[in-house]
Design a protein around this ligand. Structure first.
Ligand code: NAP
Length: 242
């Protein structure tokens, strides 16, 4: 039997990069996957690859989250696992950062995670089980010049993870965060060759990560084997921040 047979997983930011790898991993192990991106069209290829269903949604839009998650529950009958992976950057030095760059990144990365988590909680509490896995970042733990908005959003996710874990643990729901290092996706495509070389030289494992490196850890956190793990931040960075 596959690990996630009869398990319903929602992955936000599933159109590409880490989110797509996570959706594919869950589907490969038997899960039914709801694939969320900013538009249904963007999520369509992942939905096709996973045999799942595509949904379009801006995770920062509270009303839209309520509507779409209601639709997902109606389509699949339940939600067992939520992976809050949707995220974005608007990098620049703090002195040059516009208010709208701050607001947008916090809204999508942090409020979006709150919105989606809130939307699944009622069903999970009723079922007395559930898994919420938030994709933070090593930057949320260690900071990065040019990313005050992004790192604040990712650090905020860690506080959210710990607080929510305390709120819902008695209902059999675990809440954990994964903090990736540098993973090869569109988000890191703009890294200079110099930065790339630095990561490869500094990380004990000597390479950038791939989506599959994160997907395997996220999948583990959704298994019974991780049933006694909650409120934790798991760094997956090839040892870069050691
Ligand atoms: P990516 O390739 O840029 O993909 C971002 C995903 O998020 C896309 O599916 C995008 O959908 C979706 N998204 C963006 N804004 C959204 C919104 N407002 N509502 C709904 N969906 C939205 O990013 P990635 O590198 O795979 O990163 C995935 C997650 O890992 C992010 O949270 C990121 O912060 C985190 N992370 C990445 C790295 C890394 O090195 N790559 C490191 C640490 C943490 P569309 O396709 O529709 O735009």
């Amino acid at each position: 039997m596959k690990r996630f047979e009869d398990v319903v997983v929602v992955v936000t930011g599933a159109s590409r990069g880490i989110g797509r790898a996570i959706a594919e991993r869950f589907a490969h192990e038997g899960a039914r996957v709801a694939c969320v991106a900013t538009s249904e069209a963007n999520a369509a290829a992942t939905a096709e690859a996973t045999g799942g269903k595509a949904y379009g949604l801006d995770v920062s839009d509270t009303a839209a989250v309520e509507t779409v998650f209601g639709q997902i529950e109606a389509d699949f009958g339940k939600i067992d696992v939520l992976v809050n992976n949707a995220g974005m950057t608007r990098d620049t030095l703090a002195l040059r950062m516009k208010e709208e760059d701050w607001d947008r990144v916090i809204d999508v990365n942090l409020k979006g995670t709150f919105n989606c988590s809130k939307a699944v909680l009622k069903g999970m509490m009723k079922a007395r089980k559930g898994r919420i896995i938030n994709i933070s970042s090593v930057v949320g733990l260690h900071g990065a010049a040019g990313q005050v908005n992004y790192s604040a959003s990712k650090a905020g996710l860690i506080g959210l993870t710990m607080s929510l874990a305390k709120e819902v643990g008695s209902r059999g729901i675990t809440v954990n965060a994964v903090a990736p290092g540098f993973i090869e996706t569109d988000m890191t495509a703009e890294l200079t060759e110099e930065m790339r070389a630095h990561v490869i030289k500094t990380a004990p494992l000597g390479r950038l990560g791939e989506g599959a490196d994160i997907a395997g850890v996220v999948a583990f956190l959704a298994t019974e084997d991780a049933g006694y793990v909650t409120g934790q931040v798991l760094t997956v960075d090839g040892g870069l921040t050691l």
